[in-house]
Design a protein around this ligand. Structure first.
Ligand SMILES: [Zn+2]
Ligand SMILES: [Zn+2]
Length: 327
């Protein structure tokens, strides 16, 4: 098969992914072999490709928002499934045993510790893939599998009720899905993001207000979610919270957070990171996304053009989510 293989991490402008012939993956017990139809492009892929996340598997194939068709294994051939970031958990550690498998001590991650979906085929444990609701075609479904699920976990942790005011910092793939869920729950959304076209999309999707990346929203917020991997935005976003407000950090990697005065977090404001997701997050999110239904905005690239897709993502050039498509 052919795949985009990461020879060595490097700035994505230098084209570190190589589209080459590589051995077909062989499913082990409990795994399905999947023919890839589409694979969403996530900022985490950029962190893997550029080396902000350490190399865990040399010559890895990135990609963890995979929509494909089961070819063989424990699920019926022809089943359409999605493969997310959480590839597998140990099932026995204290976190797995207490419904916190997202924090598993011995997890595997798709497209980082094991090969992912920037490829014609991949393998995944049957217990960790999701059936894709019929409402979504392959391309529309791909960004739901990380951007959507992680955004949903952030929304859950933000503990929003009807009429709450939510801030979103950064408005890419995750933000444009999260706003649709939040609006469905009756939450008012305020979006801060550096790209003008992202502000425009936010307003189209029902934001009350959209401003620049570090601009203060016109109201105090019950909660905020930071999707931008920019630590310097933490102090201004804390400043925008009401007393008791919650700041949820949605990224796997973030630049250093500058020091700030205690008063920014006093009055029981809190700040919490999000790590991965549980399978329950994924199932519940896909159920709600199909019910609303969520509409994803996508920009497609051929599967072989992983470098170009990531370069476009890096300069915030994607409206909604980038998706690689198998031809
Ligand atoms: Zn575990
Ligand atoms: Zn991701």
């Amino acid at each position: 098969m052919r795949a985009c293989v990461l020879k060595a991490p490097a700035p994505v402008e230098s084209g570190p992914l190589e589209w080459i012939e590589t051995p077909m993956p062989e499913p082990q017990a409990g795994e399905v072999l999947i023919r890839v139809r589409a694979c969403g492009v996530c900022r985490t892929d950029l962190h893997v490709v550029e080396g902000e996340l350490p190399v865990r598997r040399p010559h890895v194939i990135p990609g963890h928002q995979v929509v494909g068709i089961v070819e063989s294994g424990p699920l019926p051939a022809g089943t359409r499934v999605g493969v997310p970031w959480l590839h597998r958990t140990c099932g026995v550690c204290e976190y797995c045993r207490t419904a916190r498998e997202n924090l598993c001590d011995r997890p595997e991650f798709t497209g980082w510790t094991v090969n992912g979906g920037y490829a014609e085929y991949l393998v995944a444990p049957a217990d960790f893939v999701y059936p894709i609701p019929d409402q979504f075609d392959d391309i529309a479904a791909a960004p739901l599998l990380c951007a959507g699920i992680i955004g949903f976990r952030c929304l859950r942790l933000a503990e929003l009720s009807n009429g709450a005011r939510l801030g979103l910092y950064g408005f890419g793939a995750a933000g444009h899905v999260a706003i649709q869920i939040a609006r469905h729950w009756g939450v008012d959304v305020y979006v801060s993001t550096r790209e003008v076209k992202h502000r425009k999309l936010a307003l189209e999707l029902g934001a009350q207000w959209a401003g620049a990346a570090d601009e203060e929203p016109p109201v105090r917020l019950d909660a905020a979610i930071m999707f931008a991997p920019a630590g310097e935005l933490v102090p201004p976003s804390l400043h925008a919270l009401k007393k008791g407000g919650r700041l949820i950090l949605g990224g796997i990697h973030m630049s250093a957070i500058p020091s700030f005065s205690y008063e920014l977090i006093y009055q029981e404001r809190m700040m919490r990171s999000v790590a991965n997701n549980t399978r329950d997050d994924g199932r519940e999110f896909l159920r709600i996304a199909a019910q609303i239904p969520v509409h994803t905005q996508t920009e497609t690239f051929p599967l072989r053009e992983g470098n170009r897709a990531l370069q476009t993502l890096k300069r915030d050039g994607v409206r909604g989510a980038a998706v690689l498509v198998a031809v």
